[in-house]
Design a binder for this molecule. Structure first.
Ligand code: TMP
Length: 261
């Protein structure tokens, strides 16, 4: 698949055109940002791990009938995905209260919620992705009621599946963020899951020690992000390498190769 021109660059990913108008390439960068870009750095190897972890989760979701944009992983940093029209909402799913929810409502950190809580944020970096009500989505026509009902059903199935998948490897799924898009097929719009699911977009705590295995390591300066993401990949059975060193080495090798070309 030939990589065409850059169509879009986000904080952690780049989208490139391909010769097929319905498909694009999603490239995972090593850039890490938090608090709407106020804090940023580059963490070597993060993109490689997120590419692999997201591929694993989205393929598993396909197998239980959750349609999504992933076609296939191309290499260490890239995957081919279906081009969709992204719905401008970040769907936040929470099982345990932490992060912005605790700050906003004064709920004690770690409170287990009696049912999954879905929150909606309007995707707009300039506004800092503000929390909105479901009614805003309809009034401003970001999506219609039928689409949101379908998305909510998909979210609950995704959450159930992911809670179980992570529980099986000793990890608690605290919360996560999802994005959905419209795929045009035969003139009709179909809602499918898009973007990525990775430790950048989930909160994952070790079941026994509650050690944070996600981007909170960067957000809260807890250190050692790559070993934590590698641990998630290893427990998911994706990485068979002995340690995190191998991921970083592969990244280094590929950049050395590029430079010598
Ligand atoms: P929050 O507690 O900061 O609102 O985050 C809730 C979840 O959503 C957490 O798993 C991190 C994820 N998230 C993103 O993936 N992207 C974002 O821009 C934000 C704010 C949160």
């Amino acid at each position: 698949m030939k990589k065409g021109k850059k169509l879009y660059e986000g904080k952690a990913k780049i989208i490139y055109a391909t010769q097929d108008k319905d498909l694009v390439i999603q490239y995972f960068k090593d850039d890490a940002t938090a608090f709407n870009n106020q804090k940023k750095t580059t963490i070597e190897g993060k993109g490689v791990l997120n590419n692999r972890i997201s591929e694993h989760i989205l393929s598993n979701l396909s197998q239980i009938g959750i349609k999504n944009h992933l076609v296939k992983r191309l290499n260490m940093r890239e995957q081919i995905i279906k081009l969709v029209e992204i719905i401008p909402i970040e769907f936040i799913v929470r099982n345990v209260a932490t992060g912005s929810l605790t700050k906003r409502l004064g709920i004690e950190d770690g409170t287990v919620l009696k049912e999954p809580l879905i929150e909606y944020c309007f995707k707009d970096d300039k506004l800092g992705d503000p929390l909105v009500a479901e009614e805003h989505i309809y009034v401003f026509e970001w999506a219609n009621k039928k689409e949101i009902e379908k998305i909510k059903k998909m979210i609950l199935r995704i959450n159930d599946f992911m809670i179980g998948m992570f529980r099986g490897i000793g990890i608690k799924l605290i919360d996560f963020k999802l994005e959905f898009g419209r795929l045009k097929t035969n003139g009709k719009n179909e809602i499918i899951l898009a973007d990525e699911i990775s430790p950048d977009t989930c909160r994952l705590w070790d079941s026994l020690t509650e050690k944070k295995l996600d981007k909170d390591r960067f957000r809260k300066d807890l250190g050692d992000l790559i070993p934590a993401y590698t641990e998630v990949a290893r427990r998911l059975g994706i990485l068979h390498e002995q340690s995190n060193v191998s991921v970083v080495n592969v990244t280094k090798l590929s950049s050395v190769k590029k430079k010598t070309k």
